[in-house]
Design a protein around this ligand. Structure first.
Ligand SMILES: C[S@@+](CC[C@H](N)C(=O)[O-])C[C@H]1O[C@@H](n2cnc3c(N)ncnc32)[C@H](O)[C@@H]1O
Length: 304
């Protein structure tokens, strides 16, 4: 349903987000009472809450989330654990630096990448091709570039490159051509306008997938510099871990998963604990279809 944007701002529309692979994350991170944990993608606080509960009575959590509205909701949700957590409105790529300054050494670090149900359905920022919303796609509204800037300003070759690099979209040239033609008549301003244009241009690649899926993925990754942030984090996070501390990362598409797999394999500070990524059970996918493409990889910090 399309709610008025101000309802969302006032918190009148509550969107639930079920944390993905929850048991597997707690087990992978080997959460214990008194441990120190970092959640780099707090979202609505589902995993954070579980980490605090499993590390009761005295575990501590440092949480990072760059979307202000999500962070506000998470803080409310975690209020029962007051004194046992600190939340930062910051990019997780900055987390290693911030926490090193604080002298933190962690027992476990989690990233649950991608979109929350709140961003997708409740933020009003054009993440979903099913909604008529401004084509924004910034997870952090302090970022300067919106998806509409890319769609309306990039040249044809730049659009092709973006769709290929961040969407692995085989029909990149056709879609880029349609965008360039359409914007000669009128700027493309909303998510639904872009989705309709792509629907008219190409067919779905497979049953059940919207033809604009990869274009929306590409724009979102570019706007939020998702791969750059993940790469920076992967290079620095192992130094935040105590020997034996664990790093767990849930990714939702192969571009992210490839980076995680490669970094875990090639990093001499880490020992890989998941030869194959852990996938959600059939039951979880039935309960929470958003979990369908989730892949969890876990690594352990080696002794120096
Ligand atoms: C899949 S959701 C996390 C959901 C959360 N685990 C829960 O159970 O509620 C991913 C969250 O990470 C946030 N995020 C993505 N990239 C980020 C970054 N570079 N820095 C900080 N937060 C980020 C998004 O804003 C989103 O709220």
């Amino acid at each position: 349903m399309n709610y008025p944007a101000k309802w969302r701002k006032w918190g009148l529309v509550e969107v639930k987000h079920e944390p993905v692979l929850l048991e597997e994350v707690l087990e992978g991170l080997s959460v214990r009472p008194g441990g120190i944990y970092v959640d780099g993608t707090v979202g609505l606080g589902g995993h954070s809450e579980a980490l605090l509960r499993a590390s009761s009575p005295d575990g501590f959590l440092f949480g990072f989330e760059w979307d202000e509205a999500s962070l506000r909701r998470a803080a409310k949700r975690l209020s029962a654990f007051a004194g046992r957590f600190r939340l930062f409105r910051a990019n997780f790529a900055e987390a290693p630096e911030i926490l090193k300054r604080e002298g933190v050494e962690a027992d476990g670090i989690l990233l649950d990448l991608g979109l929350s149900s709140f961003l997708l359905e409740g933020s009003g920022r054009g993440f979903s091709f099913l909604r008529e919303e401004p084509l924004d796609m910034r997870m952090d509204t302090r970022l300067r570039m919106k998806a509409s800037d890319l769609v309306n300003r990039l040249s044809y070759p730049q659009l092709v490159e973006l769709l290929k690099t961040y969407g692995e979209e085989p029909r990149a040239a056709k879609i880029a051509r349609a965008i360039v033609e359409a914007r000669k008549k009128k700027r493309i301003e909303t998510s639904a306008e872009l989705a309709r244009l792509i629907e008219r241009t190409v067919r779905p690649r497979k049953r059940g997938e919207h033809p604009a899926t990869l274009t929306f993925q590409a724009l979102r990754i570019a706007v939020n510099r998702e791969l750059e942030n993940l790469e920076k984090f992967l290079a620095e996070a192992p130094d935040l871990l105590k020997p034996g501390g664990r790093l767990a990362i849930i990714s939702f598409h192969s571009l992210e998963d490839r980076l995680v797999k490669k970094a875990f394999r090639e990093d001499s500070r880490l020992r890989v604990l998941t030869k194959k990524p852990i996938r959600p059970s059939e039951d979880e996918i039935k309960r929470n279809p958003r979990a369908r493409s989730a892949r969890l990889r876990v690594a352990e910090r080696c002794a120096p």
